[in-house]
Design a protein around this ligand. Structure first.
Ligand code: CP
Length: 347
């Protein structure tokens, strides 16, 4: 494949990238991980600037992008929307407080080589899809690549790190039983971006994918449809179960995390019913990844989590800190996977 096909492209969702392209990104990520381990200089983005706009908090995403740009000889610039004129879509503007996204995007594009954005939840009043539209709006007006650092629909950078971790631990995607499961959290305010991107990535690479969640915690039907299609094309499988233990049985990869149900979201997708969401959450406190549940999976199974994890709720300390946990390898792989994406699309 010509790596030139990556130059200048946005990275908004893995749905925009073919299986072959994802494999190329993974190859580059492993090569950059090798170079860093050996202390080999890899200044692929010397003098380049990445602008990062964070509407939400972050530990891993911010620091992996920032460290990644430094390691490649460039600079990542952190922008807090409340400290600039808050980028706003047409029709949501407030005089001398916000600035239209078209203007922010075109201005930053004149000064750097990529713009990365994180936006979901409160900044868009939990209107499902609105944050993704904001990121698409940036991309529409920017002549440099736009990277999705997590919106309300997708977290493609996390998904690349997830794939890298599975490949490292399992050696192959073919035949790997990948279970993405809902898990209980005391907070219902959890976006669906991670599970949606994880099943997209696993289905695209042809894994045997199981999505487990309580009734009412359904993911976006468009994403589910895409997963069915991609898993068929890649020779894998895709199924949904409402039974936690059924989802865990025989799995090679166990990835339990909380996400919020459809009723939390505003129209047009949800009904904005936080009380109903809370009831569903509270009715499934037994969906916790503890030692007993891990024993239902394959003996060699790995535990994955995008982090931060709600210890004692989504997962026990024993599992997260235990020998089967790949969560911190996964966190490290954010660095390598994103360096691969940036070096391919920004150069
Ligand atoms: N997994 C992840 O995106 O972590 P942060 O929220 O810390 O960036």
């Amino acid at each position: 494949m010509k790596t030139e096909t990556f130059r200048g492209r946005d990275f908004l969702t893995l749905l925009d990238y073919t299986k072959e392209e994802v494999e190329t990104i993974l190859d580059v990520a492993f090569e950059l991980k090798r170079k860093r381990a050996l202390g080999e200089k890899h200044h692929l983005l010397e003098d380049k600037t990445l602008f990062m706009i964070f509407y939400n908090q972050s530990l891993r995403t911010r620091n992996s992008f920032e460290a990644g740009m430094t390691q490649m000889g460039g600079h990542a610039h952190f922008l807090d929307p409340s400290k600039i004129y808050k980028p706003a879509r047409k029709g949501h503007e407030v005089a001398y407080s916000t600035e239209r996204i078209s203007d922010v995007s075109r201005t930053l594009a004149r000064m750097g080589e990529a713009i990365a954005i994180r936006c979901y939840g409160d900044p868009v009043d939990w209107e499902y899809g609105e944050a993704h539209e904001i990121i698409k709006d940036f991309a529409k007006w920017s002549h440099i690549p736009v990277i999705n650092m997590e919106c309300d629909k997708y977290h493609p950078c996390q998904a690349m790190a997830d794939l890298m971790t599975v490949k490292e631990k399992m050696g192959t995607f073919k035949g790997t039983k990948f279970t993405m499961s809902w898990a209980y959290s005391p907070s219902v305010h959890k976006p669906r971006a991670v599970p949606q991107s994880a099943i997209i990535a696993a289905a695209k690479m042809g894994m045997e994918v199981t999505l487990a969640h309580p009734k009412g915690m359904d993911l976006d039907p468009e994403v589910l449809g895409a997963c069915e299609q991609m898993s068929g094309d890649a020779g894998g499988s895709f199924r949904v179960t409402n039974d936690f233990e059924d989802g865990l049985k025989g799995a090679h990869v166990v990835y339990p995390k909380a996400w919020c149900a459809t009723p939390l979201f505003m129209e047009p997708v949800g009904q904005s019913d936080p009380k109903k969401t809370q009831e569903i959450f509270d009715g499934h406190k037994d969906w916790i990844c503890d030692k007993e549940h891990m024993e239902m999976a394959d003996k060699q199974a790995i535990y994955m989590h995008c982090l931060p994890a709600d210890r004692g709720f989504e997962v026990t300390d024993e599992v997260l800190d235990g020998p089967q946990s790949a969560a911190f390898d996964e966190a490290e792989n954010r660095l390598h996977a994103q360096k691969a994406v940036m070096s391919l699309i920004m150069k």
